[in-house]
Design a protein around this ligand. Sequence first.
Ligand code: PBG
Length: 332
Amino acid sequence: MPENIHSPSFFRGRRLRRTDTLRALVQETRLTANDLIMPYFVVNTPDPGFCKPIEAMPGQSQLSVEQLRLKVEKAVGNGLRACLLFGIPAHKDEQGSEGWSDRGAVQQACRMLKENFPGLTVITDVCMCEYTSHGHCGLLDGEDVDNDPTLELLCRCALSHAQAGADIVAPSAMMDGTVQAIRVTLDANGFSHIPIMSYSTKFASSFYGPFREAAESAPKFGNRKSYQMNPANGREALLETLSDVEEGADILMVKPAMPYLDVLRDVRESILQPLASYQVSGEYSMLMAAAANGWLNKDAVILESLTSIKRAGADLIISYFSEYVLETGLVK
Ligand code: PBG
């Protein structure tokens, strides 16, 4: 017997890192296809062949409903379980009225997806900025977005999405009282079974830059700082979350993801509801650009970034990499 069997030793963390199988046995966080939601940009166009690549988001395109069908067919074949739809209208106006049109891009896409892929969970983004001529997320009063009159428009959008077959509606305009207004509207119209995934903590982030090209939704003047949150505020993130819980949100969200993992963890510990996080356009573009330059290993950083979001506390991850990681088998 060695003499020192009772003496304290330092921590030998490497013992459990020695082989692939040992490392896998003690891995704490694992991504699966059930965690992922793929965003799509659907255009209201008479051209079924319409597929316009988004310059700042290599690999992503604006799609006609027919092109969406082809993409989703492949993705579902690879294991995709959920998607998030953004609509690009044929015409924009002050109110964003195509947002609640029965013939709008999202409404057409919902009907097509539910008919062709009944097992796919279809989530719809509920916001006005893609539909308004001024690019803001609600009705304007001068240069200000007028909160309460905007609620009625958001309710019309959410209801029309549910009527078109959406499984979940996801309001993202950051107007106060949105969740309650949509809950009341859905319940009054026979949609009490449709959950609301609230973009409860949405920061006024410059990481949305590429999205605004993709969704053609950049504000024509000013910025979104009077409704989206100050990136410097963590406590306020909890206030926004808890008030949406009170209003009846079924799923909460922190957006963007990687620059806000601390907020994600704090929110996780403050609520019992499922929590989503959105790896936004700028996060996608950064990794794709660095990978294209050979500066980062693409597959490795994609997997690391998604895993870190789940480890920090996300149950659901909205990511433009969803299709890719399923197609390549990085996530199963
Ligand atoms: C709509 C909306 C935005 C995003 C999701 N919903 C843009 C914005 O607020 O300007 C951003 C998504 C992304 O960057 O990938 N309001």
